[in-house]
Design a protein around this ligand. Sequence first.
Ligand code: HEC
Length: 278
Amino acid sequence: MNKKIISLVVTGAFMALGTSAAVAAPDWSKAPKKDIHVFHPGAAPIDWVNGKGDHSGASGLKKGESCSGCHIEDGKLSIDLKRMASKEMEPKGAPKAMTYPVGVQAAYDATNLYVRLTFKAPAGGFDKSDKENEVKATIMFPNDKVPMADQVGCWAACHKDARTMPGADDKKTKYATPGVMDLMQWKSSGKVVDGSVTDKRNMEGGKAGVTAEGAKAGDTYTVTFTRKLAGGVTLAAGKAVTFGVAIHADNSGGRFHHVSFNHTIGLGADGDIKAAKQ
Ligand code: HEC
């Protein structure tokens, strides 16, 4: 045994303190939980959303309205899920469960933001291309240089020429230029991604020092993310940050995830999710 281990074993109280400081788990019973309804987005990239003709929301977006402003009413999704599952929006095949709730909680301290997701990942997916991971949970935060980030959230990164889009090549991933998005992902295989979206999706090299832990109890997943307030996208107390959630359930890959519209976490400020300082 080296000296460090002995001292940890001997000073049990210290060890407990050290562990909790390293994980710094907030008291989740004090963080209000809000359900965000993720849904299968089909192949409806930002190009489709902004295009005249197919989407009557396009002119509202030009005037500054947001996806969730039009598509969420009283906390519930207002979107035609039958249309989303039809060949018009989903040429390959839709999952059986088009939508489900994800409970979101958040808290922060002087250094970090903590976000906890609680959800049941449904079976009955169409695409099962990720053999390694039954489930992946992802959160992205766009910065203010991402076009229309406050209005469209993750959609700003979702373009029609991105991988797994109909007719797109296999190399191009999502992109957010001239801005950047911080991307954090937990995979059920245990891997954690601290990444970003710039002119492509980078599954490493993120600046937010992301860690994540996840577990499945019964049929419910609980995933807790920790990220620094500083990052590619810098968060600050007293401000709200836009974010979006995506869950890949049932071994799905690529665009076959269930996603949220744009939401905000208010760090000691107003927001869809209110994060209190702990
Ligand atoms: C100004 C209000 C408004 C905004 C903003 C808006 N939408 Fe829509 N959206 C609509 C309306 C109305 C429809 C249904 C009629 C249609 O197809 O145009 C619709 C339809 C859709 C559909 C097809 C499913 C359906 O219900 O017909 C998708 C997908 C969609 N919107 C996504 C988005 C996304 C993503 C954003 C943000 C990037 C967004 N919308 C912003 C009003 C809006």
